[in-house]
Design a protein around this ligand. Structure first.
Ligand SMILES: C[S@@+](CC[C@H](N)C(=O)[O-])C[C@H]1O[C@@H](n2cnc3c(N)ncnc32)[C@H](O)[C@@H]1O
Ligand code: SF4
Length: 388
């Protein structure tokens, strides 16, 4: 449920999906489209008309939730750094005109290292964006090649310095580990390079081989081989120890931050707050109802132009769904789960994982269930056993 504020308005987060990329990376199955897939070579024109539609959906949101206070906005993709800065500004201005935009709102934009320029970063900083999430992925050329990325390690350093120069105090990088051909030393090179950048937040994800991607086909044909699972687990533990020693504390399974640099937008998701996802395929969650939009940008734009909702389908969560989701989301976080939120049966299961070293003993005596580093490696199994 959305948290009520003292003036009666509820808190809301906006996710703005930008469904375009110059080229699709081999591992990615996000809802994003290349100019070729859209039969157009003019990405500027595409993004411009797309933002007109996104503004239409923001107006639809305002008709339902216009008195909400907006605490975070996240431009995600796809590649939001392909947008002309003015388009980013149009979205922020429209949200600010139609909602109560917190003057200290966290406004994040995901950037690809090879699409950011100094004028772009300077402009979006002035327009109110105050956090950049950079898609670094790796610092090792052959790993970037296996991931089919378009950037090189130097682009990452240059882009982070440009972002720092533009006044972004909050800078995060995304890393991927467990990539075909990536050794333990390659992974160390990547995360040590990341920790030398002027950043205060790191997201590190184990590579998922998504069905239907180019990567899945390369693995099937034997051209690439995934590293063994225990090596990927070892990479997680190595990274967690190194991050902690450099002052980046974990606050969610895949996220580490310097004190005070945790992403408020991410926390809003994990705390079950309300958010509105704008754009094709975007998901929203407001007051226990979840819905998702039509996937294709052309269909999405048609519906908005006809003044119709782009919603494709929805579900209303039952009390039981809400309780289960609470366990699933909160167990991923360092704040963990208050023990009094668990049933006797769940406490019994959790106690066994505490005895096996997967749940912290120190926080347990504080009445909180928090996973240890090895517990985080088997978080999915622990959730399954808690929810049977
Ligand atoms: C969808 S991307 C958007 C950001 C930006 N386009 C980029 O790639 O730099 C968000 C993040 O999801 C992660 N990601 C995408 N596909 C993944 C996969 N199959 N396995 C693990 N992480 C993935 C990447 O780290 C990426 O930075
Ligand atoms: S740039 Fe990001 S969103 Fe685009 S295909 Fe690559 S990983 Fe996916």
């Amino acid at each position: 449920m959305a948290k009520e504020r003292s003036n009666g308005s509820a808190n809301l987060s906006f996710y703005i999906h930008v469904p375009y990329c110059v080229k699709r990376c081999g591992y990615c199955d996000f809802n994003t489209y290349t100019p070729g897939e859209l039969n157009s070579s003019n990405l500027i024109q595409i993004t411009n008309t797309y933002i007109d539609s996104a503004l239409g959906e923001i107006e639809q949101a305002a008709k339902k939730l216009g008195n909400s206070q907006v605490e975070t906005i996240f431009f995600g993709g796809g590649t939001p750094s392909l947008l002309p800065a003015e388009e980013v500004g149009r979205v922020i201005t429209r949200i600010s005109n139609l909602f109560d935009l917190d003057p200290n709102a966290e406004i994040t934009l995901e950037a690809n290292p090879d699409t950011v320029t100094k004028p772009f970063l300077d402009s979006i900083r002035k327009l109110g964006v105050n956090r950049i999430s950079m898609g670094m992925q790796s610092a090792v050329p052959h790993v970037l090649k296996a991931l089919d990325r378009t950037h090189n390690p130097e682009n990452v350093v240059t882009s982070c310095e440009l972002a720092k120069g533009a006044g972004f105090e909050h800078l995060s990088v995304d890393l991927i580990y467990g990539v075909p051909g990536e050794s333990i030393d390659d992974w160390k090179t990547s995360f040590e390079s990341a920790m030398e950048l002027p950043i205060n937040h790191i997201s590190a994800y184990a590579l998922i081989v998504e069905a239907g991607t180019k990567l899945a086909a390369q693995i099937k044909r034997g051209e690439l081989t995934m590293p063994p699972e225990d090596e990927t687990a070892e990479k997680y533990l190595l990274f967690d120890a190194a991050a902690t020693s450099k002052g980046f504390d974990w606050y969610e399974l895949s996220n580490w931050a310097k004190p005070g640099a945790e992403s408020l937008h991410n926390k809003a998701y994990w705390n079950g707050n309300s958010w509105w996802g704008v754009g094709p395929g975007a998901h929203s969650f407001v007051n226990g109802r979840r819905w998702w939009n039509v996937k294709h940008p052309v269909k999405y734009q048609e519906l908005i132009q006809q003044n119709k909702s782009p919603e494709q389908d929805s579900e209303v969560l039952t009390m039981e769904n809400i309780k289960d989701e609470f366990v699933m989301l909160r167990i991923r976080t360092r704040d963990g789960i208050q023990l009094d939120k668990l049933s006797d049966k769940q406490l019994e299961v959790a106690n066994q994982f505490k005895n096996s070293g997967h749940i912290e003993s120190s926080t347990w005596s504080d009445s909180r269930l928090v996973l240890t580093a090895t517990g985080r490696l088997i978080a999915d199994r622990i959730v399954r056993e808690l929810l049977v």
